[in-house]
Design a protein around this ligand. Structure first.
Ligand code: PMP
Length: 362
């Protein structure tokens, strides 16, 4: 064994050494439909204005630590109820990690829970923070198994429960009444995180319900709306909870360029909302065309992606890749998702390219 291998073995946690890193394939030259990005850029005139704003940003200075202007703009334009503030993250990924770190205990290990299949960072962040992750399988139609969730909550007393609304990778919106029952059951012992990453497409939200549930926090991101590159997530909830998470947040986690670009984007939300509307129309078209294909079982989606079961998921993903179309293979993620694939809803041209490549592979 080389000395660097010995060093790794002596210093790096065993559970970290055992896992593979979060894989992001190189998409150059591909039609990229694997990461739920908005395919539309900002219009030319807005890009020029944004360029000027970025040029004026004081890159020699750390960001203003309170992020007061950006937070005020988020609260004013993104439906945060009066009296509620936000915590900012370098993407919602970082917020997930901050919350996991804040609840993980030494000694009695804390439990972090989510209905599964779920976004992978829920379990990964739990693991990295030293908490146990308990996944509670959804029903065969991907709806919440409320009885199983309530039983698991009673058994494990989770400190944190993630509910993605809509869920990734299945795309469906969970029943709001079942979500309320879970949030209620957690009461004073657990925090419910409603992850609304896909809210710009679902247009349903728990944000307005914050005053009803002191243990509820609502997490959103600018990523799917069209700003995946700037990495900005935000979390709203009771000030006393945010204050605790704030202690774990690395100082200056949101950089000056992100701050400026996000403020600019929020001034032009109408443009982004319009793009989301176009994508929703395309989602309907794509879902209808997919449903007509023999051998394809399309799952209902309220997000900017569609998941489906095909006869041979592995082969379909490989064949599409050979035709330069990149989609996500869900087969290995969860036993409920064998032969399932996920495609991001994109421009009409890219969606048609995907449909044609899929038809040829079936
Ligand atoms: N939550 C869910 C449910 C997601 O699907 C994703 C991205 N795939 C995220 C959070 C993370 O989003 P970001 O870090 O880009 O804000």
């Amino acid at each position: 064994m080389s000395s660097i291998d010995k060093l790794v073995e002596n210093t790096i946690r065993e559970d970290i050494r055992a896992i593979a890193s979060y894989h992001v394939p190189d998409a150059r030259g591909y039609i990229k439909l694997d990461a739920m990005e908005n395919p539309y850029a900002l219009p030319e005139h807005l890009r020029a204005d944004l360029g000027q704003r970025l040029a004026d940003a004081a890159l020699n200075r750390y960001p203003v630590p309170s992020y007061a202007t950006l937070k005020a703009k988020i609260c004013a334009s993104l439906g945060v109820p009066a009296g509620y503030d936000v915590l900012l993250g370098n993407g919602s990924d970082e917020l997930i990690s901050i919350m996991a770190t804040a609840v993980a205990q030494q000694g009695r290990r804390a439990v972090i829970m989510a209905p599964t299949p779920a976004f992978i960072m829920f379990s990964r962040s739990a693991q990295f923070a030293g908490a146990d992750f308990v996944g509670v399988p959804v029903k065969a139609d991907f709806s919440l198994d409320l009885d199983a969730m309530l039983a698991a909550i009673a058994q494990h007393q989770p400190a944190l429960v993630f509910l993605a609304y809509p869920n990734n990778p299945t795309g469906n919106l969970f029943d709001a009444g079942a979500m309320e029952a879970i949030i209620g059951a957690l009461g004073e012992t657990g925090i419910a995180v409603v992850d609304e990453a896909y809210q710009p497409f679902a247009r349903q939200s728990f944000m307005g319900r914050l005053p009803e549930f002191p243990n509820l926090v609502v997490m959103r991101t600018l990523s799917k709306l069209g700003l995946a590159g700037i990495r900005l997530g935000y979390l709203s909830g009771d000030a006393k909870l945010l204050e605790q998470f704030e202690k774990v947040r690395p100082p200056y986690n949101v950089n000056v360029l992100t701050q400026v670009a996000a403020e600019f984007a929020l001034e032009h939300l109408d443009v982004l909302d319009q793009q989301a509307g176009l994508l929703n129309a395309e989602r309907s078209r794509l879902a209808a065309e997919l449903a007509a294909l023999p051998g394809v079982e399309v799952f209902p989606s309220a997000a900017n992606f569609i998941s489906m079961r095909v006869p041979d998921g592995e082969r379909t993903v490989a064949e599409l890749r050979s035709k330069k179309v990149l989609i996500k293979n869900l087969s290995k993620m969860d036993k409920m998702l064998v032969n399932c694939i996920r495609v991001t809803v994109s421009t009409p041209e890219e969606n048609t390219a995907f449909l044609n490549a899929l038809k040829a592979s079936l």
